[in-house]
Design a protein around this ligand. Structure first.
Ligand SMILES: Nc1nc2c(ncn2[C@@H]2O[C@H](COP(=O)(O)OP(=O)(O)O)[C@@H](O)[C@H]2O)c(=O)[nH]1
Ligand SMILES: [Mg+2]
Length: 404
């Protein structure tokens, strides 16, 4: 199957990366772990929650995911998460692609910038009060910018000489120079599309190179903001400031520590809690749950008042959904046949909205010869037709036996 979606959590020390990673993993992970090839403490499986095809088809009781989970038609699709702890202030000074954290970044399809919105940690992550988290957002962008810019300008002279000598196109030369960031031609082409009327590469001045790097960052590192620690009373005013300053960036308010705590209580049998919602049931609501002492009861009341009722949830489920939205990813359900007897919807993969169905087939099955493609209801679907939510997102690919 095609490459998994990878999301990197970045942010200064003590912003809450590890807590957020923990809050996003192991949720309902009763069914099947994800077969990642390497075991790395900073890698974990998160679950993107989507509407499962079984809900639309009223087949919830037959739904049996191979990976992730399906709960009442809510499907958790595994995605890979990275905790990139090495991206600290001035990290770009240790430049070069061998840099471990930068390698982590290049693997990612999108970044989630965990921002300490409470302003209780300074630029280095040390405890303080009244720190302006806007500075962190600028810092992170600048850090990545200076890293890429530094790597490129350091050898600009020879880049231009080679470019001229080989009569390469701008796209080819940039492909060679930026390919190390796991950027293919298509992605670099997209970056160049953002800059119409660009001069020939040999004429670029510093300002132009900077513009190119910024455009490249936009397509290579789409970033979602997690405005974390929103349970803290100082977070409110910072959140408004950030949203005003970055109206086009997706921002999600989170309290990952609350999510971790609620999951722990649920695991211990004190509460029933569905991530992504504002509802907590206790022994008062559901007999059989463990009774709460006064201290726990107070803490839960506080969490309801300060987080759940004010913001609607702890935000962490919405965080991955925002990342998927930014990447325009939708769930796709390949099925063996359109008769839905027995166990159904074992597989679910994320694909870009609007992908032609033949490319979806390639992603899932590789270079096999497709004889026909069947949609729900048995109708034939053309190879060039595209996928969207509710359209060609449940398909059966019929392969030519033995065909390659
Ligand atoms: N109030 C509050 N504190 C949090 C939250 N998330 C993390 N923290 C605290 O912030 C500190 C740093 O968290 P950690 O996840 O280790 O940060 P990292 O260095 O970015 O990985 C810890 O003391 C956490 O308990 C949150 O949502 N609210
Ligand atoms: Mg950490």
């Amino acid at each position: 199957m095609g490459r998994e979606t990878v999301i990197a959590l970045v942010g200064k020390p003590s912003s809450g990366k590890s807590t957020t990673l923990n809050s996003l993993t192991d949720a309902n992970a009763k069914v099947g772990a994800f077969p990642f090839t390497t075991i790395d403490p900073n890698k974990a499986t998160g679950y993107l929650e989507v509407e499962c095809a079984c809900s639309r088809m009223k087949l919830q009781s037959q739904c049996k995911p191979n990976y992730g989970y399906c709960r009442d038609g809510k499907r958790g699709v595994p995605i890979m998460l990275l905790d990139v702890a090495g991206l600290v202030p001035n990290a770009h000074l240790g430049r070069g692609l061998g840099n471990k954290f930068l390698g982590d970044l290049t693997e990612a399809d999108a970044l989630i910038h965990i921002v300490d919105a409470s302003g209780t940690t300074n630029a280095e992550g040390k405890a303080t009060r009244g720190y302006d988290p806007l500075a962190d957002i600028e810092w992170l962008q600048d850090e990545i910018f200076r890293w890429i810019l530094g790597n490129l300008t350091e050898r600009w002279g020879s880049v231009v000489r080679r470019h001229t000598a080989t009569k390469s196109s701008t796209l080819e030369t940039l492909r060679a120079q930026l390919g190390g960031y796991s950027a293919n031609k298509q992605l670099i082409g997209k970056a160049l599309d953002l800059l119409p009327g660009l001069a020939p590469l040999q004429e670029w001045d510093n300002e132009t190179i900077e513009k190119v790097v910024k455009a490249f960052m936009k397509v290579k590192f789409p970033t979602i903001l997690a405005l974390n620690k929103m349970d803290h009373p100082d977070a409110d005013k910072n959140v408004s400031k950030i949203i005003l300053k970055y109206p086009d960036t997706k921002a999600v308010l989170t309290s990952s520590i609350t999510e971790v705590f609620l999951r722990k209580l649920a695991g211990q049998g004190y509460i029933k809690y569905d991530s992504g919602t504002e509802f907590i049931d206790t022994a008062d609501d559901i007999p059989g749950l463990k009774p709460l002492d006064d201290k726990l009861r107070n803490r839960i009341e506080n969490i309801r008042d300060l987080v759940l009722y004010r913001f609607g949830s702890t935000g962490v489920v919405q965080l991955l959904q925002a990342a998927a939205e930014t990447l325009d990813l939708i769930p796709f359900f390949p099925v063996r046949s359109m008769n839905f007897n027995g166990e159904v919807f074992r597989d679910c993969v994320l694909v870009k909205r609007g992908t032609p169905v033949i490319l979806v087939a390639r992603k899932i099955m590789g270079e096999v010869t497709i004889a026909s493609i069947e949609g729900v209801g048995g109708n034939r679907v053309s190879e060039d037709d595209t996928v969207d939510v509710g359209k060609n997102d449940i398909l059966s690919f019929k392969v030519v036996p033995g065909g390659r």
